[in-house]
Design a protein around this ligand. Structure first.
Ligand code: CA
Length: 436
């Protein structure tokens, strides 16, 4: 099955706009970019409503149908608000969503934000622009080059908001190990050519560098619009439950799970109006941006900053529940070793051996040093002298910050579980099907 190996996101106001009407939602395995329109107090509201709709996760059933259902629900909410509130009249937003399913990535899309696939050095566009020039290109009336310079290239023909219902394009992409996906608003692709996007992706050693380079290039080209970039790389892993209990030691699958990017703890929300690249930069955004955010959004940013900070600071493996395990009493000094003690030691070894065998059959969930949800084999305790009663069985592609807050205790309470129970819960998490 697929899981997220690495991700990065950032949103930038650009060089000419006063505010940022783009929004995004990042909670593996679900990624969304929304580019609002309708001017101040409307565009950003529309794109915010769009990403908020993804907050509960996908409904049951096929993921492509689920994405369509959420996007249509977002459309209905935006349309209703634009009709009932004269200040929001005419607002709309694009919406490009990607969901990493077991073996495929599912894309659902309305408008002129885009999804791309970067595979083996080739960049391919996965979405068709619902714009005037996009449709002219599709019909062969314009070349891609003419479209890039067309004065009406920002006129879009399909969006969330204008109509009570909306058609959503979907596509399923059979995915290979290492595929990199890019979701972006037109603030990127209207400023730099696809060939330049490809060059920057090829030249960057990490997703963070690639993302920052893309945003910087769009700004250098003029930065006429807000620029949002979401990047995620997928990898294939074996299904954890498929392994038999007879195996002596499960190899730690992909120790480098989450990459350098911090993930929005509350899943999505508004990007900062200034540079709001993932993680640390978010907390360092310009004060002027704070005045534009509501108190609630501000609180969300602070939560994010705290979480990101915590992730960086924490470096030692923390499977114990926040507290250090008891370190035990200091060994008492004895002058000689009586025979009785040798017998006690012998039985202790027998007991410990049987306990060890028993311990191999139980599992619990906890976090690894990168806060990724991890299946541990054994008991959640450490003995003195650094002897652990557990070992890593499987590291998921999801960090605890990506888990809805109400469900987090299940992944940190260290309750003993069967292997099946533990891997089931993690599989639900990895496929975005965790019930609230
Ligand atoms: Ca835009």
């Amino acid at each position: 099955m697929l899981r997220i190996a690495e991700q990065w996101y950032g949103s930038d106001v650009g060089r000419q706009r006063q505010g940022n009407e783009d929004n995004f939602f990042v909670r593996a395995p679900l990624y969304v970019v929304a580019d609002g329109m309708g001017g101040a107090q409307a565009g950003e509201v529309a794109s915010q409503l769009a990403v908020e709709t993804f907050e509960p996760g996908l409904p049951d059933g096929a993921p492509d149908r689920g994405l369509v259902e959420l996007i249509r629900a977002a459309n209905a909410r935006i349309h209703e608000m634009s009709r009932s509130d004269s200040q929001r009249s005419g607002m709309g937003t694009t919406c490009t969503a990607a969901y990493v399913d077991r073996d495929e990535v599912v894309i659902a899309h309305v408008g002129d934000s885009r999804a791309y696939l970067w595979r083996n050095g080739d960049l391919s566009r996965l979405t068709r622009d619902h714009s005037l020039v996009g449709e002219l290109v599709d019909r062969g009336k314009l070349t891609e080059e003419q479209a890039e310079l067309h004065p009406q290239r920002s006129v879009i023909t399909r969006a969330l908001g204008p109509e009570p219902d909306v058609n959503v394009d979907t596509e399923r992409i059979a995915t290979r190990d290492g595929d990199l996906f890019l979701l972006c608003s037109d603030g990127l692709t209207s400023m730099i050519r696809e060939s330049q996007v490809a060059e920057l992706l090829a030249a960057s050693r990490s997703l963070e560098r690639a993302g920052r380079a893309l945003i910087a290039a769009a700004n250098e080209a003029g930065g006429r619009d807000n620029i949002t970039v979401v990047l995620f790389r997928v990898e294939h892993v074996d299904v954890p439950g498929a392994e038999t209990q007879a195996t002596t030691e499960a190899p730690a699958v992909g120790a480098d799970v989450t990459g350098e990017a911090a993930t929005r703890a509350d899943g999505g929300g508004r990007p900062a109006a200034g540079d709001s690249a993932g993680g640390e930069a978010r907390s360092a955004r310009a004060p002027s941006a704070a005045s534009r955010a509501t108190d609630e959004q501000e609180a969300a940013y602070r939560r994010d900053a705290t979480v990101a900070g915590e992730r960086v600071v924490r470096s030692s493996p923390p499977p114990a529940r926040g507290q250090e395990p008891p370190s035990g009493e200091k060994p008492r000094r004895r002058r000689r070793v009586p025979v009785g003690l040798l017998l006690v030691l012998f039985f202790a070894v027998v007991l410990l051996t049987s306990a060890f065998v028993a311990v191999r059959a139980v599992f619990f969930l906890g976090l690894d040093e990168k806060r990724a949800v991890t299946v541990y084999r054994g008991l959640p305790y450490e003995l003195p002298l650094g002897i652990d009663l557990y070992s890593r069985h499987y590291i998921s592609g999801v960090t605890i910050d990506q888990v809805p807050p109400a469900r987090r205790p299940a992944f940190t309470d260290h309750k003993l579980r069967s292997l099946e129970d533990a891997t089931d819960l993690v599989a639900q998490l990895e496929t975005g099907r965790l019930r609230e």
